[in-house]
Design a protein around this ligand. Structure first.
Ligand code: CTP
Length: 420
């Protein structure tokens, strides 16, 4: 049950938010009050403020007109506003933070998996429609009650007990993406699922099939973007959530090790296409095609997955002894860079790894000095033959046979002389 003692977080707001953002939030509360409306900070930012974690993506809820409030706020502060009238929400954004403003609402679901039907409501309804108690708290922003925590569903207690708890029995049926969300929060925060929630999650696993592939992709991407995606993916595996994405997906020690390896070598954080490629690495080509179709993966990501698997079948050639740099280049240069990185991380052969590294760090940047127009001046007409000559020149350069322009010219002349 919710506790009665009030908690004021005004000081925390001031110390945890950048000054510019704290000022904006406070001013928003004043503007709303002038318009006769109540404004609240809600959701993840409240949770994270109580946990002492940084979160600069704020969600504000107004018992009134969100678009109007956002316009007024941008008029005063000269920031950008993007309005999404369909849902009655607005976004105010800088490069470091964002504020989403929405009208307080209640939601009903026509059927499992459907998007909700939204009607304006009071903050109490707005908090009740949310996923978990720890995400269903609000902080009052009206000047008279600025900073006061509104905790109607026991969120603070659950934060202290480290529990993920849904608010009502139909929560996962209404919105099965919450199954993925429960897994993510549990693993990110090192919490556990409260037993009734866990039971309902298992009961409602089938509802994941009511969610569109696009929405599942979004959830999967969020899990892969976690600081330690292996934790969320492993838990999704244990609970039978991952097999609903594709029955061939495995979340085991191998994958955990590969995610950790990717973190060590990729720019922070590893791109989602790389994590997806590692997740899909042990599928067959047909299974990858099923995954691509179900999740409706964007073209470039789909290509990365396909390239990853085709390259996997070529790794044997890369492991041959005495293979020259030119041949390494020829084998790899058509593959998407993320597919090369995925294989670099996935392979168990240090020789293959060395060659993939050589390609990524050095070979792929090598160019010939002579260009097509230089060859034209040497009497070669553009076409397949010119392309072949340029490729042979590059190969010679990669293999260290020539080092400069003079060497390249001499080689071309030799080939022309011998009609090579
Ligand atoms: N929310 C919900 N059900 C969902 C999605 C969102 O109830 N299926 C609510 C939660 O109150 C959540 C808030 O909307 O806190 C904002 O959603 P989102 O930005 O996805 O989550 P955050 O809590 O901000 O979490 P994260 O730190 O993962 O961004």
């Amino acid at each position: 049950m919710a506790r009665t003692a009030t908690l004021n977080l005004a000081d925390k707001l001031k110390s945890h938010l950048p000054p510019e953002l704290a000022d904006l939030v406070q001013a928003a509360g004043e503007i709303a009050q002038r318009q006769g409306e109540n404004l609240y900070l809600v959701g993840g930012a409240v949770r994270d403020l109580l946990l002492g974690r940084t979160n600069l993506d704020l969600d504000l809820v107004v018992e009134g007109d969100a678009i109007n409030l956002a316009n007024e706020l941008t008029r005063v502060f000269w920031s950008k506003t993007i309005t999404h009238t369909r849902f009655g929400t607005a976004k105010v954004q800088s490069d470091k933070w964002s504020i989403d403003i929405a009208t307080a609402r209640s939601e009903t679901y026509a059927r499992p998996g459907a998007l909700p039907t939204v009607t304006p409501g009071a903050i109490k309804d707005d908090l009740f429609r949310r996923d978990f108690t720890i995400n269903a708290m609000a902080i009052e922003l009206s000047p008279a009650r600025y900073g006061q925590l509104l905790d109607l569903y026991g969120g603070r207690d659950d934060l202290e007990r480290k529990l993920i708890r849904i608010l009502h029995e139909r929560s996962f049926i209404d919105d099965a993406t919450r199954i993925w969300r429960a897994v993510r929060y549990e693993q990110r925060l090192d919490f556990t699922m409260e037993p009734v929630t866990l039971g309902l999650l298992k009961r409602d696993l089938g509802c994941l099939d009511t969610i569109s592939g696009d929405r599942i992709r979004h959830e999967l991407e969020l899990a892969l973007k976690e600081e330690y995606p292996e934790k969320a993916i492993r838990r999704a595996g244990e609970l039978g959530v991952l097999v609903r994405v594709h029955p061939g997906l495995k979340a085991d020690d191998w994958l955990a090790g590969k995610f950790a390896h990717a973190r060590r070598i990729a720019p922070e954080p590893p791109p989602v296409a790389l994590s997806l490629a590692l997740l899909a690495y042990r599928l067959t080509i047909e299974e990858v095609e099923q995954l691509v179709a179900y999740l409706r993966l964007p073209k470039t990501v789909a290509q990365t997955l396909r390239d990853t698997l085709s390259l996997k079948t070529e790794l044997k050639s890369l492991a041959k002894s005495g293979i020259r740099p030119g041949a390494v280049y020829a084998l790899l240069h058509d593959f998407a860079p993320a597919a090369i990185t995925a294989n670099l991380v996935a392979t168990d052969s240090s020789l293959v790894r060395e060659r993939l590294n050589l390609y990524s760090s050095k070979l792929r940047h090598v160019r010939t000095t002579l260009t097509g127009s230089d060859l034209r001046k040497m009497g070669i007409t553009p076409g397949i033959r010119m392309k072949e000559l340029l490729a042979r020149l590059l190969d010679a350069r990669l293999n260290g046979k020539i080092k400069d322009r003079r060497g390249e010219e001499q080689l071309v002349k030799k080939w022309l002389g011998g009609r090579g």
